[in-house]
Ligand binder design. Structure first.
Ligand SMILES: Cc1cc2nc3c(=O)[nH]c(=O)nc-3n(C[C@H](O)[C@H](O)[C@H](O)COP(=O)(O)OP(=O)(O)OC[C@H]3O[C@@H](n4cnc5c(N)ncnc54)[C@H](O)[C@@H]3O)c2cc1C
Length: 268
């Protein structure tokens, strides 16, 4: 296996051909479809196609749900569920891949961390986002093996600055990365071949990349709540015709105790 792609291929090999469909956005889940005689759940797609179902498992990212819940479910979700959607946080971490013709780091180097001398402490948002957004890039991972990836660093940038970075052109990102690396290495000739970045905040199907429990709730769960558990109790509901449930990384009670990974997606 070569990573998660191999895992998916293996799982798919056990399913009948053409059972899984891609690039077929869902517009609305009709979960209490009283107009229909057989009263089934019905999925309405963006291209007007309609699919009747006994069960629906919704795995859209929380960011997408926050933005689209009013149109994604008919009838709309209850206030209790909407309150949970609102209270859970969804932020952005982006990656910036920077490719070089040859490495300027040591052969055994795995991570490169950047430290700014003028930093007083952790700030939620740097004051001048246009000028300083790159300060939220906290380091690079060296992609390995070199035979497979070439000489590529993967930079990590989080927060609102990361969302601002998405609005820059690819050329501007490459220029900013060049200046950053030259400054930290002290070598004015280091020049990346190119830089590629993710834009998960502006991606209409994700609207961000990481979810988290609000700090306040993690520190002091409300009456009768255990570790913010009540925020998650809404993940399944039964309709007169079948079951609608949420699954995936954003919806597991335990995810915040560990990294958000496909392992926890599977557990959910
Ligand atoms: C920067 C980053 C690095 C990560 N690194 C790792 C790692 O190294 N190892 C690891 O194990 N995990 C990693 N993760 C976590 C892992 O990617 C997630 O936990 C996992 O992808 C979540 O899977 P999911 O199916 O819940 O959601 P997603 O993978 O987000 O899938 C949700 C899908 O729903 C689709 N969708 C949205 N709206 C609709 C609609 N209306 N109709 C149809 N489809 C729709 C979206 O297009 C998307 O494909 C990383 C995450 C990030 C952001």
């Amino acid at each position: 296996m070569s990573g998660y792609e191999g895992l998916i291929k293996n799982l798919m090999s056990e399913l009948p051909r053409d059972l899984v469909t891609y690039n077929w956005p869902v517009r609305c889940v009709h979960w209490n479809n009283t107009e229909k005689e057989e009263n089934s759940l019905m999925i309405e797609c963006d291209d007007e196609r309609k699919i009747a179902a006994d069960h629906v498992i919704v795995t859209v990212p929380l960011g997408y749900l926050k933005k689209n819940h009013s149109t994604l479910f008919s009838p709309p979700l209850s206030l209790h569920k909407l309150h949970s959607v609102e209270r859970l946080g969804f932020g952005t971490t982006n990656v910036i891949y920077v490719e070089f013709d040859s490495p300027w780091w040591d052969a055994d180097c795995e991570n490169i961390y950047l430290m700014w001398e003028d930093e007083d402490g952790m700030v939620d948002q740097v004051p001048d986002v246009q000028r300083s957004c790159i300060k939220k890039l906290f380091g690079f991972t060296v992609l390995k093996p070199t035979e497979r990836y070439g000489h590529v660093l993967c930079g990590w940038i989080a927060g609102h600055e990361s969302e601002y970075m998405e609005t820059l052109s690819e050329q501007e990102v490459t220029h900013t990365m060049t200046q950053l690396i030259r400054r930290f290495t002290g070598n004015p000739t280091v020049t990346p071949r190119r830089a590629l970045r993710s834009q998960w905040f502006h991606d209409p199907w994700t609207c961000g990349s990481y979810c988290q429990l609000p700090r306040k709730r993690l520190l002091s769960p409300g009456p009768g709540e255990h570790d913010g558990a009540s925020a998650y109790r809404w993940v399944t509901f039964t309709t007169s015709a079948g079951v609608v449930c949420w699954r995936g990384y954003s919806y597991l009670l335990l995810f915040h105790r560990s990294w958000s990974t496909p392992h926890w997606v599977e557990r959910s």
